[in-house]
Design a binder for this molecule. Structure first.
Ligand code: URA
Length: 433
C-alpha cells in the first residue's frame, strides 16, 4: 500500500477500507507517513467526507493507538458526558455530582479549553488545591467510593487523535464532521463508560452554527458509539447566548455551586436537569424522563448533589471550605459594569463575543494557583427576551487591568437591544438517539 494512492482514492470520493485506514494511522504515528501526505489526505476528507464505516474504522484505529480505561472493577453503571464546547458551559460540575448522588458512577476525563471556550479542568483548578492529575488507581478508587471523579485526560488516551488534531488545527481541516466525530468518540470510547451522553451545542457560540450541522455531527457520533456497543444519546442544545451568567473559571465554579444549591440561572438549571435526567433514563435508573427529573430535583433539594461535589473536592485535595465561603476563590482586581444604552428587549446576546471577551481578559491563560488570573471573566446577566431600561446592568467585566476598552466594547456590542420582543429559543432543541 502507498499513501499517495490512498490520497488519490479519497480525492476521487471513494471509500477507504479498514485495512487502508489502519495503514494510514499506523504509518502516521510511526512517522512513515509525513505531515504533508496526511495533510493532503485530511483536505481530501474535508471535501469528500467519510462514510459511517470509515468513521467507525478511524475511531477504533485512534482508540487502539493508546490505552483504554478499564472500569470493570467499578460496581455500578459507569456513565460519561461530553459537551462539544460552549460559552459558560459548566454543566459537568453540576451534572456529575447530581447523577453520582442518584447512584450512577461518573468516571470522567475532561479536556482543557479550546478556542473561545473554557475547559472543565481549567475551571476545577480554580478551586484552591484541587488536583486534576490523579493516578489511574486513585481515579478508580475514587469513583468506586464516591461515584465521581473529574480528572485531566492522560497523555496516552488516543495519541493518534492528538497528533492528527494538531495537524488539523494548522491545516484548516478541523471542520469535517467525520473527523470531528471520530476524534471525539475515540476519546469517549477510551474512557471506558458504558453509557455516553453527548451535549452537542448549536449556535453563535458553538462550533456547529446550525441545527442541521449539529444534527449531522450528533447522528455520526451516536452511530459510532452504538456500533462500538456503548449506549450513546445526544442532545442538541442552544448556544446562541452564554449558558448561565458566568464565563470564566472561578466565576463559573461559584455559579455551579449556586446551581447545586438550587439557586442557579434558569437556563443552566434546566439544561443540567435535562442532562442528568437523560442519563438516569438511559441507564434504566428511571422509567420516564419525568421520574428522572423528580430524582434530580430531590438530589438538589436534599443537598445530596452538593455533598457529592464536596466529596469530589475533598478526594481531589481541593479546599472544601470554598463551598461555604466563595471569597476563598480567585477574584479579579477590578469589576466594571456594562449598562444598557437604551430601553428595549434584548434580542441577542452573542455568545461568541462574550467568550472571546473572557479569553482577552485572560480566562484561557489562567493557570492553577494563579489566584488573580483565575478570577477574570464576564458575567452576562441579560438574557434574550428580557426587557431592559437604559442604565440597567447587562453584564459585569471582571478584569485585572484598568484599561479594557476593547473588551468593554465587545461585551456592550454583544447585547442587541430592539423595540420588539424576541423569545429565547428553548435550551433543548432535539434529542438524537
Ligand atoms: N473536539 C475534539 O475533541 N475533536 C475535534 O475534532 C473537535 C473538537
Amino acid at each position: 500500500m502507498r499513501a499517495v494512492d490512498l490520497i488519490i482514492k479519497k480525492k476521487q470520493g471513494l471509500a477507504l477500507s479498514c485495512e487502508e485506514i489502519h495503514f494510514l494511522i499506523q504509518g502516521y504515528l510511526s512517522g512513515a507517513i509525513p505531515d504533508y501526505q496526511m495533510s493532503s489526505l485530511l483536505m481530501a476528507i474535508c471535501f469528500q467526507g467519510l462514510n459511517e464505516t470509515e468513521q467507525l474504522a478511524l475511531t477504533l484505529e485512534m482508540l487502539k493507538s493508546g490505552e483504554e480505561v478499564d472500569l470493570s472493577s467499578i460496581k455500578g453503571i459507569c456513565v460519561d458526558k461530553h459537551s462539544t464546547g460552549g460559552v459558560g458551559d459548566k454543566t459537568t460540575l453540576i451534572v456529575a455530582p447530581i447523577v453520582a448522588s442518584c447512584g450512577l458512577k461518573m468516571a470522567k476525563m475532561s479536556g482543557r479549553g479550546l478556542g473561545h471556550t473554557g475547559g472543565t479542568i481549567d475551571k476545577l483548578e480554580a478551586i484552591p488545591g484541587f488536583k486534576v492529575d490523579v493516578s489511574p488507581e486513585n481515579f478508580l478508587k475514587q469513583v468506586s467510593e464516591i461515584g465521581l471523579a473529574v480528572v485531566g485526560q492522560t497523555a496516552n488516551i488516543a495519541p493518534a487523535d492528538k497528533k492528527l488534531y494538531a495537524l488539523r488545527d494548522v491545516t484548516g481541516t478541523i471542520e469535517a464532521v467525520g473527523l470531528i466525530a471520530s476524534s471525539v468518540m475515540s476519546k469517549k470510547l477510551a474512557s471506558g463508560a458504558s453509557h455516553i451522553l453527548l451535549d452537542v451545542k448549536v449556535g453563535n457560540g458553538a462550533f456547529m452554527k446550525t441545527v442541521e450541522e449539529a444534527r449531522t455531527l450528533a447522528q455520526a457520533m451516536v452511530k459510532i458509539g452504538n456500533r462500538a456497543h456503548r449506549h450513546t444519546v445526544a442532545l442538541l442544545t442552544n448556544m446562541d447566548q452564554p449558558l448561565g451568567f458566568a464565563v470564566g473559571n472561578a466565576l463559573e465554579v461559584i455559579e455551579a455551586m449556586e446551581t447545586l444549591r438550587g439557586r442557579g440561572p434558569q437556563d443552566l438549571t434546566k439544561l443540567c436537569y435535562e442532562l442528568a435526567a437523560e442519563l438516569l433514563l438511559m441507564t434504566n435508573m428511571v422509567v420516564t424522563k419525568e421520574e428522572g427529573l423528580k430524582q434530580v430535583e430531590h438530589a438538589i433539594t436534599s443537598q445530596a448533589a452538593l455533598d457529592s461535589f464536596r466529596q469530589m473536592i475533598k478526594y481531589q485535595q481541593g479546599d472544601t471550605k470554598v463551598l461555604e465561603d466563595y471569597s476563598l476563590l480567585a477574584k479579579s482586581k477590578y469589576i466594571f459594569e456594562v449598562k444598557a444604552r437604551k430601553d428595549g428587549y434584548i434580542s441577542q446576546v452573542k455568545a461568541l463575543a462574550i467568550g472571546q471577551a473572557a479569553m482577552l481578559l485572560g480566562a484561557g491563560r489562567a493557570k492553577k494557583d494563579d489566584v488573580i488570573a483565575m478570577g477574570v471573566g464576564v458575567k452576562a446577566f441579560g438574557k434574550v427576551g428580557d426587557y431592559v431600561h437604559q442604565g440597567d446592568v447587562l453584564a459585569t467585566i471582571h478584569a485585572n487591568e484598568e484599561k479594557i476598552d476593547e473588551v468593554f466594547t465587545m461585551v456592550l456590542e454583544a447585547f442587541v437591544i430592539s423595540p420588539h420582543q424576541v423569545l429565547a429559543k428553548s435550551i433543548i432543541l432535539e434529542i438524537v438517539s
